[in-house]
Design a protein around this ligand. Structure first.
Ligand SMILES: Nc1ncnc2c1ncn2[C@@H]1O[C@H](COP(=O)(O)OP(=O)(O)O)[C@@H](O)[C@H]1O
Ligand SMILES: [Ca+2]
Length: 494
């Protein structure tokens, strides 16, 4: 009997299989490396939010190759500038620029040095500077020159320092929340934006009704979709200016009713037992109110802690009677009915979060707030020894103002109250106008949708891996089948 065997057969098959396996491994490795998002290659941008009460520096970061994809920019770092807002430097403009130094030095540390020259820096000033410009344009120009001069001294790419309009503030806040929620490339609805500052407040949303006033309408084309937005910014209706408006009205009626000395302003929006000596100019030092000349310049601000009276007094700062349109919010400003979900951020969040009122019904919110306002001031201070006394004393007023603004002003109902989400951040990034402002100025939101790859990166890698595994399994099956049939043939021959 002769045993037929090809001595070359086995090593050749093993060699071929090895070449194929190594080839597949190399192919997968190359495709993974080739398509790996280059995490280390990031770009940066800096935006300074020069608000009425304080300035914050935001540093944003995004992967260099993916700048046109929604949701790719994230907030890397924030720095709160020490002291008050830049509008408080009207008598000492140089101080405004100098106040930014510590945070800008921090930005130099946070951003890799080789990226400094290409990192844009923008400063946007909001309602505090709008008021200063109304009061004293020269002073506001000097403050802006001072911050511009300071920002130009850093190694970044200075792109300007300006007062943004209320419309921009509203619209960019809306872009931020919808960009971060990744709503912009989906057919699903968008999120309305409610921003409460110290000197102004903004409401922005996509309405169902026609927008009757040109000033309140803004159009965007983003990622191939058209958005027709309603937006309005109420100057003087941020919570600090609203407090002045409300106190000013009470002070005027107190003086009409009783000219006794010393003046006592009995305020239902402050806790019982609260008693603080203030000066009249301290209330009236704002272009939001007619000046009131008073011989006696100090008064006692005395708390009563009565929520419903507080709400009555706050209602007086909204004119809900005159309306030249089919419907208005207040002060003769057109507003369509609120529609869809809303994100309420900045002071809307700070105040409601402090009071644990971010997830109750409207009725429960009112009940809880009434109990809070009637709590004695001494007890409030005892319960919160570490909170700044100015903030602490004002939470009852601020929350009552928020409820009145949302319900009587914007016409939210107990039903639509459920659609308001009090938020500070979405993911890592703060809700606010700064991110939208930077995305717009760096053209990071294209009008048309960019071409997207067939499948996302993770899907692509998984696909390549499984596909290679399949080929490998098939090859092995063929090999074993081939070996078995060769052996059977050999046996038959034997
Ligand atoms: N922790 C906090 N609690 C209560 N209020 C706060 C807190 N932090 C900030 N605020 C308030 O939020 C508001 C922020 O307004 P800001 O952005 O400075 O003004 P504007 O946007 O009107 O220019 C101010 O009224 C400030 O006092
Ligand atoms: Ca603000």
């Amino acid at each position: 009997m002769v045993k037929v065997k090809n001595p070359w057969h086995r090593p050749v098959v093993i060699f071929l299989a090895a070449v194929i396996i190594v080839g597949i491994i190399i192919m997968v490795a190359i495709s993974v490396i080739q398509n790996k998002p280059l995490h280390q290659k990031c770009k940066y941008g800096i935006v300074l939010d020069a608000g009425s009460s304080h300035t914050s520096v935001f540093i944003y970061e995004w992967p260099a190759e993916k700048e046109n994809n929604t949701g790719m920019v994230r907030q890397k770092h924030t720095c709160n500038v020490q002291g008050k807002g830049i509008s408080s430097y009207s008598a000492n403009p140089q101080g405004a620029g100098a106040s930014l130094q510590l945070c800008m030095e921090e930005a130099k540390q946070k951003i890799p040095a080789h990226r400094h020259p290409e990192t844009p820096v923008y400063l946007g000033a909001t309602a505090g500077m709008r008021l200063l410009r109304m009061e004293n344009e020269e002073a506001s120009d000097k403050v802006l020159d001072s911050v511009a001069h300071s920002l130009k001294s850093y190694p970044f790419s200075y792109q300007g320092a300006r007062i943004i309009s209320g419309q921009e503030e509203g619209a960019f806040g809306w872009i931020t929340v919808n960009y971060l929620s990744k709503n912009l490339r989906k057919p699903t609805g968008t999120l309305g934006a409610l921003d409460l500052g110290g000197a102004s407040t903004q409401i922005t949303f996509v309405p169902q009704q026609n927008i009757e006033s040109y000033d309140n309408s803004i159009d965007f084309r983003l990622y191939g979709n058209d958005y027709h937005l309603y937006t309005h910014s109420f100057l003087c209706y941020g919570k600090d200016q609203a407090l002045k408006l409300s106190m000013g009205k009470k002070l005027e009626s107190t003086l009409k009713a009783d000219k006794t000395d010393p003046i006592e302003l009995r305020d239902p929006c402050f806790h019982p037992g609260y008693n603080f000596t203030r000066t009249v100019p301290n209330v009236f030092n704002t272009p939001c109110m007619r000046e009131m000349k008073l011989a006696n310049e100090t008064f006692f601000h005395v708390g009563l802690g009565n929520w419903s009276q507080c709400q009555q007094s706050i209602r007086k700062v909204f004119n809900t009677i005159d309306c030249p349109y089919s419907r208005c919010s207040f002060n003769g400003v057109f507003q369509p009915s609120v529609y869809g979900d809303f994100g309420a951020f900045s002071a809307f969040f700070f105040v409601m979060d402090f009071l644990n009122l971010t997830s109750d019904t409207l009725a429960t919110t009112k009940q809880k707030l009434a109990a809070y306002c009637s709590t004695p001031w001494k007890k409030i201070v005892e319960n919160h020894p570490n909170i700044k006394e100015k903030y602490l004393s004002e939470y009852c007023f601020s929350a009552t103002y928020i409820l009145t603004l949302l319900e009587d002003g914007y016409k939210f109902t107990s039903n639509s109250w459920k659609d308001i989400r009090f938020i500070m951040k979405i993911g890592d990034s703060d809700a606010g106008w700064t991110l939208g402002y930077m995305l717009n100025l760096t053209n990071m939101i294209p009008a048309e949708a960019p071409d997207t790859p067939l499948m996302p990166y993770e899907g692509y890698v998984t696909f390549m891996f499984l596909f290679s595994l399949l080929i490998l399994v098939l090859l092995l099956l063929v090999y074993f089948y081939f070996r078995r049939s060769t052996r059977t043939a050999q046996k038959d021959i034997i």
